[in-house]
Ligand binder design. Structure first.
Ligand code: RP5
Length: 176
């Protein structure tokens, strides 16, 4: 299907034309409100990445193609966000040996507790590194991916150190 092929050929990212090393996937466009914080944080650290809607239950073939092709396409880390019965991160992890970080998206019915528990409670054998519900988890997933990549990328390590130093410097001493 032409549309499906385009999904995987699209190497564009938020910070230039470099080949994506982080794949950011989410179960629905409605997850973007949360997952945009993954992209913004990766972009702040100049980490080439791609953002795609990949639903485990609505587009299972797209998920299969994405996860099984992730290594060959040069991705190093996958960040998967989903809400409700959030099986996307676990299913993605089952089909790639890349580290998969899961972001529980806050759901309307259960405030993201359903997302959190369904992502974090992976049976032994297929890990998903699960972050906090919502924006905090999204930001931290990007920072954790950066830390992983920085173990073999000195320039990125310096950018991550600078990002953390700025965060420290930005903390006020007084509450008002
Ligand atoms: C999941 O179902 C998505 O990850 C999303 O969080 C949730 C609701 O999706 P929509 O009905 O808004 O498309 O697949």
């Amino acid at each position: 299907m032409a549309g499906e092929k385009a999904l995987h050929d699209d190497r564009t990212d938020a910070v230039g034309k470099d080949r994506a090393v982080v794949g950011v996937i989410m179960g629905s466009r409605s997850d973007w409100e949360t997952m945009q914080h993954v992209s913004a944080t990766l972009a702040a650290l100049k980490i080439p990445h791609e953002c795609k809607v990949v639903s485990a239950h609505r587009t299972p073939q797209r998920l299969y193609d994405y996860a099984t092709g992730a290594v060959d396409r040069g991705l190093k880390v996958v960040i998967a966000g989903a809400g409700g019965a959030a099986h996307l991160p676990g299913m993605a992890a089952s089909m790639t040996r890349l580290p998969v970080l899961g972001v529980p998206v806050e759901s309307k019915a259960l405030k993201g507790m359903d997302s959190l528990l369904s992502i974090v409670q992976m049976p032994a054998g297929i890990p998903v590194g699960t972050l906090a519900i919502g924006r905090a988890g999204a930001v931290n997933a990007a920072l954790l991916a950066a830390a992983m990549l920085a173990t073999t990328d000195e320039a990125l390590a310096a950018r991550l150190d600078a990002w953390r130093a700025k965060q420290t410097a930005d903390v006020a001493q007084e509450p008002e």
